[in-house]
Ligand binder design. Structure first.
Ligand SMILES: [Fe+2]
Ligand SMILES: [Fe+2]
Length: 276
């Protein structure tokens, strides 16, 4: 069933090939194998023949991509409601795989320590794991990723910050992934109430891993600010205002955010002014 993976010439080449792959088993397989080899110090960061990054990540024919607001309602007390919620989550995780890999491939020439790439390949590995776990739950409920339409907005965040690593870290881990910390605990409780303990367990695993993703984002965001002698909270606010159009919605999971290094001084000011 699983075909052998193509050769991986470097970290950047492996990440780029995974982004380009439209077969999602191949994408997640390449992401995880590239991460494994990088962490085992079996790959160089770049090689001269690395392929160029594609304009957009590879995607299968389905799901159909629609504008936000055109996807199904999600009452968890019915199987179709749970399928809709898990399908939306699978789509978020799939985008997260490509977003983590894009940080690695796009910014492979940035003057940052190698441990920067260790962190983002750990994120890519775990996002691939999350996608596969959620897909397993969809299949157990008689569905699959691709059965329902999905939002076509997540890649936009990556696109608008493609030339600026500091802005990318502000928007992807510190806005989008931090949002996951706010909403996942109550979702996990609701899922447990429905009796679907296997799906609740998948949400628990995701939540635990996502704390680490926000922490990796905060650590490197602070690193880049310190290097340029910039105030991290003020820099964050300026970059979010310039690069992110959505509102920051309270309530925030202040404790989990702070444990990850994202303190209220970063995001409070944005929550009060950006609900227009
Ligand atoms: Fe995830
Ligand atoms: Fe994540």
């Amino acid at each position: 069933m699983s075909e052998p993976l193509p050769p991986i010439a470097s970290l950047r080449a492996g990440a780029t090939a995974a982004i380009a792959a439209s077969d999602l088993r191949l994408k997640t397989g390449l992401a995880q194998e590239t991460a494994r080899r990088w962490h085992q110090r079996r790959l160089s960061l770049r090689s001269p023949l690395d392929p160029a990054l594609p304009e957009r990540p590879g995607r299968p024919e389905k799901p159909e991509l629609v504008r936000p607001g055109h996807t199904e309602k999600r009452s968890l007390h019915t199987v179709p409601g749970r399928i809709a919620m898990l399908h939306a989550l699978a789509h978020i995780e799939l985008n997260a795989v490509d977003l983590a890999l894009d940080i690695v491939a796009r910014f492979a020439s940035e003057p940052v320590p190698h441990s920067f790439f260790d962190g983002w390949m750990q994120v890519a590995f775990e996002e691939a794991k999350h996608f596969n776990l959620v897909c397993d739950r969809l299949r157990a409920l008689g569905a699959d990723y691709g059965d329902l339409p999905a939002h076509d907005g997540l890649w936009q965040a990556a696109h608008s910050t493609r030339n600026d690593l500091t802005a990318r870290l502000a928007v992807v881990p510190l806005i989008l992934e931090a949002r996951g910390l706010d909403v996942t605990p109550s979702l996990q409780d609701k899922m447990r109430e429905t009796g679907d303990l296997d799906s609740a367990e998948v949400l628990r695993i995701i939540y635990e891993d996502e704390k680490g993703h926000v922490a990796i984002g905060a650590k490197w965001f602070r690193f880049l600010c310190a290097r340029e002698r910039k105030d991290p909270a003020k820099t964050f606010q300026a970059l979010v205002r310039a690069n992110f159009r959505g509102a920051l919605k309270a309530p925030f999971n202040d404790i989990a955010r702070a444990e990850a290094g994202l303190t209220p001084s970063f995001y409070r000011a944005l929550a009060s002014i950006s609900h227009a």
